[in-house]
Design a protein around this ligand. Structure first.
Ligand SMILES: [Zn+2]
Length: 611
């Protein structure tokens, strides 16, 4: 009790200090600052603070709705612009770079929200950071997963050191929005994609708090730089942005590490740091396909809330500094990448292959790591090794799996043609704002199509589906879920079929969605599952007749059957399998067209009867 009273007195003392007071004497401290970082505001308090700032600085701040969550809450962006230009087209015309920061996609991880409130105040009220708007328009989503954010509890984030109440990782339907970017099941994702394409920001940030190991760093970050996808942007990020952010964050008194830290072995940090491929299900993976630099910011879960919020603040300031200095370069890199994406379909089936999946290239480089000392002992509870960290520094050189390589790739067709009945697949293309055309009449022509077989589906649900993979982590393993092979054939497509030309800045999104071997393709997420179902079948007494007739006509078939009986006891013991053997080797079975992937890869767009 004594300790509690003391804490209360201390809190009262701190709240009476003149932090965040403007020249006019008004109290502009954020709700988190007022609580001395003990708490984070709920959505209503967050929006009230933002509206108060917008009223005080109407010429520089505008709050707009961009959709609704599953539970009907208004999704909001805050636009911060030095001269009151709040229209995206006008901002692009003014040659200023646009930064979009997303907070609380995992709504227990609210550090970025509270950092953005402080930053907004410092830009437009205190004006100590006003210069950050010179060449940049700052747009942020205060809370993305609002429904999860309002599911507040002291028991949502067992790994995390404060604040007192935190939100929930999933949205109202318990989907992890940071696995939903490609399949776009959630209303939040759909609203995000529309807003994103309206603004088309030059740089994107997704703020999180870690799970995982203990170490000294409080700010970790990864900026996706994929040399195989956008080489010029990757070079700028690697040579300029990443080292500059690390330097500035460290200079502010925080400690940054320029990679999101994942251990090769959770129970033994000495085994080094793993590679994290960013598939299109993630916000930052989506950014690779959108050709925009995307930064994952991860504050360390065991640091106190004040350290984390101020660390998040410093990396955003550092990024805004770099963007202000290099705005023209960034805008031109993005234009160049967009133009390259729009040309993907112009030389169909050229030698240049398009990367579908990237994974670790097998090499490591020694990296100085500021970890925490630990002991390991056999646990009588788990039966496995138990790692216990203490807070003493452990500064060591560890192997870092830093480089990726392309593990799956494809040639690029002129475009795709999707039969009109695959409405859910087409609907996701629309959610991504991919421009499509429809055929005005039936069309028959030569296309490439896949035949897929040996499929495996995940048993327990993953993100509300049963994908053809082992779920998380297995996405980049080629051949893990089945095998698809290309065939060139003449196929008829009905009128109303959707033609997807690969001549827009979103060509990469379309390829990832429609190529079955891509880790987050429509096929992998189960959108094409019915093609793997056998619809017609033979009754046993009917197939008996077929079996006898065909064995009489075809001695090789009879020999194959008898060999199977002798060598495969399971087969020999199953009356159904023995009859199915004959059905599967008849023209009746072929009519089921099992595994015939219905999307055509177009050799050319010429001659299509387009609307
Ligand atoms: Zn997270």
């Amino acid at each position: 009790m004594i300790a509690r009273s003391f804490a209360l007195l201390l809190a009262l003392f701190i709240t009476s200090m003149p932090l965040g007071l403007s020249a006019q004497g008004a109290d502009w401290r954020t709700p988190a600052e007022i609580s001395n970082y003990r708490t984070t505001p709920d959505y209503a308090e967050t929006v009230a603070y933002l509206e108060r700032i917008a009223q005080a600085a109407p010429g520089q701040v505008r709050i707009e709705n961009f959709g609704q969550t599953g539970e009907g809450r208004d999704l909001k962006i805050v636009i911060v612009s030095k001269d009151g230009v709040f229209d995206p087209a006008a901002v692009h015309a003014s040659r200023r770079a646009i930064l979009l920061v997303q907070n609380s996609i995992h709504a227990g991880e609210m550090d970025g929200k509270d950092a953005c409130l402080s930053l907004l105040r410092d830009i437009v009220i205190a004006k100590s950071k006003a210069a950050l708007l010179d060449n940049v328009v700052f747009v942020f989503i205060p809370v993305y997963n609002i429904d999860g954010h309002e599911r507040r509890s002291a028991y949502n984030r067992i790994n995390q050191n404060g604040p007192e109440l935190a939100g929930w990782r999933g949205n109202a339907s318990n989907l992890n929005l940071n696995r939903d970017y490609m399949k776009a099941d959630a209303p939040e994702t759909r609203a995000f994609l529309k807003m994103f394409h309206r603004w088309l920001p030059d740089f994107f940030v997704d703020d999180h708090v870690t799970d995982g190991a203990d170490y000294q760093y409080d700010v970790t970050f990864t900026i996706d730089a994929t040399p195989d996808v956008a080489p010029a942007t990757a070079k700028w990020i690697r040579d300029t942005v990443t080292p500059e952010l690390e330097r500035q964050v460290n200079a502010s008194g925080h400690l940054a590490f320029p990679i999101y830290i994942t251990l090769n072995d959770d129970s033994d940090p000495a085994k080094g740091l793993a590679f994290n491929p960013d598939e299109p299900r993630f916000s930052t993976g989506q950014m690779i396909l959108e050709d925009r630099p995307g930064m994952l910011v991860e504050l360390h879960m065991l640091k106190d809330y004040q350290t984390r919020v101020t660390g998040n603040y410093e990396i955003l300031v550092a990024l805004l500094n770099v963007m202000n200095r290099d705005a023209t370069k960034l805008i031109s890199l993005n234009h160049g990448a967009d133009a390259a994406a729009a040309k993907l379909g112009t030389h169909p089936f050229s030698n240049e292959r398009f990367p579908l999946a990237i994974d670790w290239n097998g090499e490591t480089r020694p990296t100085l790591f500021h970890g925490c000392q630990f002991t390991r002992q056999l646990s009588e509870v788990s039966g496995a090794m138990w790692i216990k960290y203490n807070h003493e520094p452990w500064n060591i050189t560890l192997p870092l799996a830093s480089e990726g390589k392309v593990t799956t790739s494809t040639t690029v067709p002129a475009g795709y043609i999707v039969p009109p009945q695959w409405t859910h697949v087409i609907d996701v293309l629309a959610a991504h704002d991919i421009a499509v055309r429809r055929t005005a009449a039936p069309w028959t022509g030569k296309v490439e199509r896949y035949r897929c077989g040996g499929m495996q589906w995940q048993g327990p649900p993953f993100e509300g589906r049963h994908p053809a993979s082992d779920g998380e982590g297995a996405g980049t393993q080629p051949g893990h879920y089945g095998q698809c092979t290309l065939m060139t054939e003449t196929v008829s497509f009905p009128a109303g079929s959707v033609v997807v030309p690969l001549n827009t800045r979103l060509s990469k999104v379309a390829i990832q969605w429609l190529e079955p071997d891509a880790p987050d393709s429509a096929l992998r997420w189960g959108f094409f599952d019915p093609i793997f179902e056998q619809r017609e079948y033979g009754e046993a007494y009917v197939v008996e007749k077929l079996a006898r007739e065909n064995m009489a006509k075809d001695p090789a078939l009879k020999a194959e059957f008898e060999h199977r009986i002798q060598t495969d006891p399971h087969f020999a013991a199953s009356p159904d399998a023995r009859l199915e053997f004959f059905y599967e080797r008849s023209p009746w079975y072929l009519q089921n067209r099992i595994g015939e992937y219905p999307v055509g890869r177009l050799l050319t767009l010429d001659g299509l009867p387009l609307e």
